[in-house]
Design a protein around this ligand. Structure first.
Ligand SMILES: Cc1cc2nc3c(=O)[nH]c(=O)nc-3n(C[C@H](O)[C@H](O)[C@H](O)COP(=O)(O)OP(=O)(O)OC[C@H]3O[C@@H](n4cnc5c(N)ncnc54)[C@H](O)[C@@H]3O)c2cc1C
Length: 406
């Protein structure tokens, strides 16, 4: 016999957990499925920006277990700029590094405490009646609900079924990370090296990171955007090894604690809702092309769908698509256009020189890249964002025509 609930969530990552917490706290009967076991890890840099801390605060998740971060150290060749996160804006003035095993467990435990039922090691596949999702099939059981939240991460089986795959022509990212012990594990700044080169000496649009976790270890990784020439043959393991050789001595790095692991960063989606369903987080392509951040967008989109669901389950998917678009589409498409631009080595090199040229400009770079400003934000960073948004929008056809050949 079919089981009936109010909301089904497929995927217990940050996006699914945020949806489950908000809906369950609002009184809905929620069931969450994840095909992995409890305590699963997710390949990630574990970095949380002030924007993500804002979202975790909204979800009332205690942050005692996370390593407190006050800013970012940007490195471009010989230039080093150590900046604090901006104060006095919409978001808190600190970030964090929180290894995903722990962050995701804290989130899903909060969903469980709010009353959501979590079913592990169980793949859930949407049940369709025409183009309407009526629930899921899981472990040969049928579960029915007025809304199914698709929080399945980077596209797979469910994305293919529902057509949420990334848009073929749009940029995406690939990244790889490892953990290692370091005497600087308790550093208070994230570090990003913006001048990576591939095996052929071609500048890579992306960055290498050292994210101190405060537990004896650091998360070391590199990420690259698909807009660079030669992206298809880019060897992430080699890129990581070459970055490691740069940071090994200053960070006193021990050997990798596990084999480096890579994963995709989807930055667009063909579709993110339909009758009876809505996609959140990576499943909806919500990753910031300027810094690879996705946890915050997962949390914010998860909270939004549940807020709308609690008002009216039937209109929630359509309104969600509009409102999540209003929140992020402008910024994310500016980011994608920007990534076409920096796919060209000449622009990347000169743009970087400018972006970290002085402390004041680097501060603006930090705020714009972290999506800590919008076109309504007063001051220089808001103006720079607003101007770039307009200029890149106008240049869009040219950017696509002249994109570096992958
Ligand atoms: C190397 C790397 C570094 C990154 N670094 C950062 C960073 O520092 N900061 C940041 O903000 N973002 C970072 N990101 C992006 C970030 O990891 C993702 O944006 C984030 O995990 C998205 O969360 P999610 O909940 O949408 O998906 P996920 O965390 O991927 O969760 C999806 C879940 O769905 C489950 N699932 C999938 N299909 C099914 C199914 N059919 N049935 C049941 N369960 C299913 C999976 O098992 C998984 O648990 C990084 C990504 C990579 C690859």
């Amino acid at each position: 016999m079919a089981k009936n609930v109010d909301m089904i969530v497929i995927g217990a990552g940050p996006a699914g957990a945020a949806a489950a917490i908000s809906a369950a706290r609002g009184g809905a009967r929620v069931v969450v499925f994840d095909k992995a076991p409890y305590g699963r890890d997710k390949v990630c840099g574990d970095g949380l920006t002030p924007r993500a801390i804002g979202a975790l605060n909204e979800l009332k998740i205690p942050l005692d277990d996370a390593h407190h971060i006050v800013g970012l150290r940007m490195i471009a060749n010989n230039t080093v700029r150590e900046l604090d996160w901006p104060s006095g804006g919409r978001f808190p003035n600190h970030g964090a590094v929180w290894p995903r095993r722990k962050l995701d467990a804290a989130l899903i435990d909060a969903a469980n405490e709010a009353g959501a039922e979590i079913i592990w090691e169980t793949e859930a596949i949407p049940l369709m009646e025409g183009d309407t999702v009526t629930g899921v099939k899981a472990n040969s059981e049928t579960w029915l609900a007025p809304l199914t939240v698709v929080a399945t991460g980077a596209p797979g089986t469910v994305a293919k079924m529902l057509g949420t795959d990334r848009i073929e022509d749009e940029p995406f990212g690939l990244a790889i990370r490892a953990y290692a012990e370091s005497p600087r594990h308790a550093d208070a700044h994230l570090e990003a090296c913006l001048t990576l080169k591939d095996d052929h000496g071609t500048p890579v649009p992306g960055y290498g990171w050292m994210f101190p976790a405060g537990d004896g270890t650091v998360n070391i990784g590199v990420g690259a955007l698909s807009t660079m020439k030669g992206f298809k043959s880019l060897n992430l393991n080699n890129l990581l090894a070459s970055y490691r050789s740069m940071v090994e001595v200053p960070w006193g790095l021990g050997p990798n604690l596990e084999r480096p692991r890579a994963w995709r960063l989807p930055m667009s989606a063909q579709k993110r809702h339909g009758p009876g369903w809505a996609a959140v987080g990576d499943a909806a392509g919500l990753i910031n092309p300027m810094n690879g951040e996705g946890i915050d967008y997962g949390l914010e989109s998860g909270m939004l769908i549940s807020e709308l669901f609690l008002k009216d389950p039937l209109t929630a998917p359509r309104l969600y698509d509009i409102q999540v678009g209003e929140l992020f589409d402008g910024f994310l498409s500016t980011g994608r256009r920007f990534s076409f631009l920096i796919g060209h080595p000449f622009i990347l090199k000169n743009g970087l020189r400018m972006a970290v040229g002085t402390d004041a400009i680097a501060k603006i770079t930090l705020q714009v890249m972290g999506n800590l400003v919008d076109s309504n934000t007063p001051g220089a960073a808001g103006k720079v964002f607003s101007l770039s948004e307009k200029a890149l929008k106008a240049a869009d056809p040219l950017l696509r025509r002249t994109r570096a050949k992958a």
